[in-house]
Ligand binder design. Structure first.
Ligand code: FMN
Length: 186
């Protein structure tokens, strides 16, 4: 299985978590790491290139820091432009069918905050529902989200642990029997 990690972080070079995750994934076998903000500093996406990348991979992981309960804006633009009518859905729009799609995200909020009744009101699975819905819409299979919480209060050692957990996640995750999410850090 070939995995494509699409990293969307506007400040990857000063990031702790997403930069560490990107570095470890560059060493992972059968894995391509594509850092969107580096590839497109002008935000002009090369749609044909992005679609060819998708065609040549079986599993797509969108990796990003949670921004206002959503994705950084370049990833939203990527969805709008790359998952096009007639390509990802609609007549002959079958290029995503049968692929696996997952997310790997970091949050400032703690896992307790991402529970019903917590300060963020909802679970990550619920907050990331648009990712799950678009996966279903294009005929792909959704993987349980991989989540690192409380990222402003973690040690370098915990970040290293999260790198290993991320690798383990990719090595073992399946789209059948999905739990709510894989949570690394309280
Ligand atoms: C514009 C902005 C919006 C954010 N929104 C959220 C949010 O909705 N929920 C949350 O838990 N953290 C939020 N954060 C915190 C980021 O998720 C956190 O800084 C990031 O995961 C750290 O990852 P990094 O070390 O890779 O930069 C936000 C940060 C920024 C800059």
């Amino acid at each position: 299985m070939k995995t494509l990690i699409i990293v969307a972080h506007p400040h990857l070079h000063t990031s702790r978590v997403n930069r560490a995750w990107t570095e470890i994934m560059k060493t992972h076998p059968d894995t391509t790491v594509h850092t969107l903000y580096d590839a497109y500093p002008d935000h002009q996406l090369d749609i044909a290139y992005e679609q060819a990348l998708l065609d040549s991979h079986d599993r797509i992981i969108f990796q990003y820091p949670l921004y206002w309960y959503s994705t950084p804006p370049l990833l939203k633009q990527w969805f709008d432009e790359v998952l096009a009518f007639g390509w990802a859905f609609g007549p002959d729009g079958n290029h995503m069918q049968g692929k696996e799609i997952g997310i790997a995200i970091s949050t400032a909020g703690s896992s307790a905050a991402y529970q019903p009744g917590g300060s963020n009101l909802f679970t990550i699975r619920t907050i990331a529902a648009p990712m799950e819905a678009l996966t279903h819409y294009v005929g792909a299979h959704y993987l349980p989200p991989f989540v690192l919480h409380n990222v402003h209060h973690i040690t370098d050692e915990q970040i290293t642990d999260s790198q290993l957990a991320y690798v383990q996640h990719l090595n073992t995750v399946r789209h059948v029997h999905t739990p709510d999410s894989i949570t690394v850090n309280p």
